[in-house]
Design a protein. Structure first.
Length: 319
């Protein structure tokens, strides 16, 4: 059956042959490809009955199509009637699948290269970030990679337009083999070439003591006991970068360590809650290519004890 235009007068045209009717398709979405598929059940403005289309048909530029309809119901349709409903279950499923597929691709692109939402699950960055804070993280600033969700597969890297700065907060992928896809948030306290040392909980960078108003420390009686295997872990990796005297006698703790030198293309990161943070003091330097992005702002925050929304934290930018 060929495309047809709406007849000026059905009688003047002699009427359409059985099985073919020119119909207006004005009810279809503007700009969409207007097609009626074989097997679709169609309904017209003047009739409650549904009719089956026997072949796929496109509408023309004026919005009319000649529909091959099944017998004998075709005789109830006059030339020039307006089509109201034309989708079958199959057509509806195909349309939804395309829409969902497009939305999924857009979502993956956005979360891979632009912005992704994160939730804070631990107290390691208190009081800057609290458990139950939900925040958007900007990725484009440091570059991004196309990431297939929940697989750890990444490719098509795009370079960023900025570099992580000292004292800034970053989100990064864990450097430990046991948690390769875990996203972590910490504060950068040293970049490539910096010499770092901590003396009685005071951080010294390149010979200058840092003023850190964001740091949360527990009182002396509340500090957790340092585990021997963690202290051994610290000593093992820090010795390679230690530049102090008597390396053989170097025994670092979480409150006293260094001096160590940060290698190029790496960062030294720590949590603001120093006594409840598992950070560079234990597992070493953060490679540059593990950095994911920087926090933009909190879009939601909820406390659990008691359950309440922390309205004063919404839209706040972590600093």
């Amino acid at each position: 059956m060929i495309f047809g235009r709406r007849a000026a007068d059905p009688a003047a045209s002699g009427g359409a042959k059985a099985g073919a009717r020119s119909v207006a398709t004005r009810a279809w979405p503007a700009g969409a490809r207007r097609v009626v598929r074989a097997g679709d059940r169609v309904r017209f403005a003047q009739h409650a009955e549904r009719y089956r289309v026997t072949r796929d048909v496109d509408a023309d530029a004026q919005g009319f199509a000649t529909l091959p309809l099944d017998e004998p119901l075709v005789y109830a349709v006059a030339d020039g009637e307006t089509l109201r409903v034309h989708r079958s279950v199959r057509h509806e499923v195909e349309s939804w699948a395309k829409s969902l597929g497009t939305a999924l691709v857009i979502w993956v692109l956005l979360t891979s290269y632009f912005v992704e939402a994160f939730r804070i699950p631990s107290p390691s960055m208190e009081n800057t970030l609290l458990v139950g804070d939900f925040l958007f993280v900007e990725k484009l600033v440091y570059g991004g990679q196309f990431q297939i969700p929940r697989t750890g597969i990444r490719f098509l890297e795009v370079p960023g337009y900025g570099e992580p700065l000292r004292d800034g907060i970053v989100v990064f992928r864990s450097v430990e083999d046991s948690t390769p896809n875990l996203n972590v948030v910490k504060r950068i306290l040293g970049t490539g070439g910096d010499t770092l040392q901590m003396v009685r909980d005071t951080l010294i960078r390149n010979g200058e003591r840092l003023h850190e108003p964001y740091v949360l420390r527990l009182s002396a009686g509340m500090q957790p006991e340092e585990q021997p295997f963690r202290l051994r872990q610290m000593r093992e990796w820090q010795l390679r970068y230690y530049v102090g005297a008597e390396p053989a006698g170097y025994q670092p703790t979480t409150h006293d360590w260094g001096p160590i030198v940060v290698p190029p293309e790496h960062y030294f990161v720590m949590g603001d809650n120093r006594d409840a943070s598992y950070d560079s003091r234990y597992w070493g330097f953060l490679p540059k290519d593990h950095v994911v992005g920087r926090p933009l702002f909190m879009y939601f925050s909820v406390a659990t004890d008691p359950l309440r929304v922390r309205w004063n934290r919404i839209f706040r930018r972590p600093r």
